[in-house]
Design a protein around this ligand. Structure first.
Ligand SMILES: [Zn+2]
Length: 430
């Protein structure tokens, strides 16, 4: 890949207007590459919020409709190969690739040069572990670091040991300063981040959008996709693992058993539909929190501060009515400025900075803001290292945040219920 080729990323949560923005960047020399692990599937159109035929007619889209429903999906490497090929293809036609989507481990594979991380992986055999398992070895030299990792997270465990053996420093100390772990592939990029100002408004939008999708053919799509995969029992169907379909498993089971013919349904169907919809809204909201955490932890905290501060633009908006004024127009201004700078070969420079005059009243993320966020994250990560076990579910969690999430989970609540029933029975027997 041409590392000096200019790339634009549009990142952010679900329902934050990424598609809308991607179709309205202004200068017309770009094409869109979708970075979404669901939109790669054919036939999964409505519930994945894939660009509609009309939207695809406005702008050419890549990275969608690549796999059959029966497929297990792409891993990071497979997706990365596809995307790099597309990027090169567009750049050879002097088009700017605009990468749009919410599947962040896809975006990460382009934004950061992860080959170095993978290379380290090969050298495992060269480590001197005194005949011990890597996790055990790490636990002996640095229990604090071992606490942090899952015992199966081989890549990070091995990397930590290697770090210890080459530098003599403790990996847990390195975790606190891991800013150099991720190397940006190039400096020649722009990131646009549209974001709802208030999370209550995002929740309202998510709810509204999910209801719209279901009303506009989503239910039929869900039933049809389950049906196709049901008839291919040997196939896994990665699409069912993702948010948008799996929440309606019970609905489909009932539909199948009852012999109903959509749209002629009964009360029970409506009830299960409502249940699935609520679950989908909750899962989507939980996912949006993860998406924001990823942007903050991986992009803001893990890249060189000055570079990222001058290339990432947070565009907050208050409502769909103000989206154009608060997101589209500022983004167009930034985009055209960057296109010009890229043509003049200015973006690759690490020292590059846009004068505030040129940005007029567009607010930018300052290095100070990132530094401050990094500090709080550092504190958080230290206190978050303590592991705790939920005896009821026999599950191990990292720190208070994960524990809190677990107690709210359906899995835990179900076990609570089972446990209560068991106690009840025991009492009756006694
Ligand atoms: Zn539990």
């Amino acid at each position: 890949m041409n590392n000096n080729g200019f790339i634009v990323y549009i990142i952010g949560t679900t329902a934050a207007g990424k598609t809308n923005l991607s179709l309205n960047l202004g200068i017309d020399n770009y094409e869109i590459i979708s970075c979404d692990s669901m939109q790669i599937y054919k036939e999964a159109n409505i519930m994945t919020a894939k660009a509609t035929a009309a939207e695809q007619a406005i702008k050419k889209h890549h990275g969608i409709d690549l796999l059959d429903l029966q497929s297990e999906g792409f891993n990071r490497k497979q997706w990365n190969n596809m995307a790099i090929q597309k990027i090169e293809e567009l750049q050879s036609k002097a088009k700017i690739p605009v990468l749009v989507g919410g599947t962040h481990y896809y975006i990460e594979s382009i934004l950061f040069n992860q080959e170095t991380e993978d290379k380290q992986m090969i050298q495992v055999a060269e480590l001197n572990l005194n005949g011990k398992e890597p996790y055990q070895f790490l636990n002996e030299i640095d229990p604090l670091a071992a606490e942090k990792f899952h015992p199966n997270d081989h890549r990070r465990i091995i990397n930590s040991i290697k770090f210890y053996q080459t530098t003599g420093q403790l990996p847990s100390e390195q975790l606190d300063h891991h800013s150099d772990q991720c190397k940006l592939r190039s400096n020649n990029f722009l990131i646009l981040w549209p974001k709802w100002k208030k999370s209550e408004d995002l929740k309202m939008k998510v709810t509204e959008r999910i209801n719209e999708m279901l009303d506009q053919g989503g239910i039929e799509e869900i039933l049809r996709i389950f049906e196709i995969l049901h008839n291919n029992q040997n196939q896994v169907g990665g699409v069912l693992q993702s948010i948008g379909y799996r929440q309606f498993n019970k609905l489909y089971q009932y539909y199948k058993e009852s012999g109903l013919q959509f749209p002629n349904v009964d009360d029970k169907f409506q009830e299960l539909l409502k249940e699935g919809t609520e679950r989908l809204i909750n899962d989507t909201m939980a996912y949006t929190k993860k998406q924001i955490q990823w942007i903050k932890n991986r992009i803001l905290c893990n890249s060189k501060i000055d570079i990222i501060a001058n290339r990432l633009f947070l565009l907050e908006f208050e409502s769909t009515q103000t989206f154009k004024e608060q997101v589209v127009i500022p983004a167009q201004k930034i985009y055209s400025l960057f296109c010009q700078l890229s043509q003049d070969d200015k973006l690759g420079d690490e020292q590059f900075k846009i004068s505030s005059q040129k940005l007029e009243n567009i607010l930018t993320i300052t290095p100070q803001m990132i530094e401050k966020y990094k500090q709080t994250q550092k504190l958080k990560s230290r206190t978050n290292w303590k592991k705790q076990v939920c005896k009821l579910c026999n599950k191990t969690m990292n720190g208070p945040f994960e524990i809190e999430q677990h107690f709210k989970s359906r899995y835990h609540k179900l076990n609570l219920l089972k446990d209560a029933k068991l106690q009840n029975k025991k009492q009756k027997i006694d």
